[in-house]
Design a binder for this molecule. Structure first.
Ligand SMILES: [Zn+2]
Length: 284
């Protein structure tokens, strides 16, 4: 993201003034994919990767999410050594083992979730964030096991759990084993509930399939970012099955809130304080 200007642009979130000579501004500006406006990248960063003009929430990585939620952006990660054993020796357009290696190299992550502990407004919490760029944030044995272990740490340390979902669902390359993770994580969440510890599920764009069908919808509070795609099956499959046209905004956060599937839709800039207040309430 290199940029060069003859006159130094202001870095206080202000775009350079007219008449300021700039040679190259590449990387300083970005186009909003929703409203199409050209926006000052620094302003987008200050707004936690949301558009200052239309409020569009850009997708962010699991690591960025954890940095935004944990105090001073610092946290401890767990179980980075867990690897899928490719139990089916699955091959689609390429062998699953190769796909995993490629994904690890591309994302620098061992699998599609980062489970971490740290402080959120001074309170110890465990946060698991799914990484959409790792095979669509899909849940295989490693994701299921890591989230289960995070829940067990919550029980041991008497701390609340936050899971940030961004996922296409179960990982088809692991077949039935990935489906078993739905039950495994759900059973662990029952133990968390028995220990009277709160769980907040944050659904982000997109959260679908087996993740929606399990832990993403099992929070004491299920909250979502604005305009996130949330569903089980995709809209085309549903339309073909029920032979009806789906209403406008179907499977978006606001629609789901209106129909009672979500407890709140919360802007990213307000998320940390919202979660903090909710935990105060749930633990009081
Ligand atoms: Zn915009």
């Amino acid at each position: 993201m290199a940029w060069f200007t003859r006159q130094k642009p202001s870095l206080e979130g202000e775009p350079p003034k007219d008449g300021e000579k700039s040679v190259r501004t590449e990387g300083l500006w970005q186009k909003c994919e929703k409203c199409g406006q050209i926006i000052w990248r620094k302003t987008v960063e200050e707004n936690l990767q949301t558009c200052p003009k239309c409020g569009h929430h850009f997708r962010i990585s699991a690591a960025e999410r954890l940095q935004q939620l944990f105090d001073e952006g610092t946290y401890i990660t767990y179980d980075a050594n867990l690897r899928s054993s490719d139990p089916l020796h699955f091959v689609d357009s390429k062998p699953y083992s190769q796909r995993l290696t490629d994904m690890r190299n591309a994302t620098q992550l061992p699998d599609a979730v980062i489970c971490a502990s740290g402080l959120l407004n001074g309170r110890p919490v465990q946060i698991c964030a799914l990484e959409l760029k790792f095979i669509g944030g899909s849940m295989g044995a490693v994701v299921g096991e890591k989230i289960t272990r995070a829940i067990e740490r919550c029980i041991t340390e008497k701390s609340p759990l936050v899971v940030v979902s961004a996922s296409g669902g179960a990982r088809m390359q692991e077949g039935a084993i990935s489906l078993m993770q739905l039950a495994k994580v759900s059973a662990a969440l029952v133990r968390l509930q028995e220990a009277a510890l709160p769980y907040i599920s944050l659904l982000t764009d997109p959260t679908t399939g087996g993740v929606t069908a399990s832990f993403a919808m099992l929070g004491d509070l299920n909250i979502a970012e604005p305009d996130a795609l949330i569903g089980f099956a995709g809209p085309r499959v549903i339309e073909q099955t029920i032979r009806q046209k789906l209403p406008e905004g179907f499977q978006r956060s606001e629609f789901l809130l209106e129909h009672g599937f979500l407890d709140a839709v919360v802007k990213r800039t307000e998320l940390k304080n919202y979660i903090s207040n909710a935990l105060n309430f749930l633990l009081s």
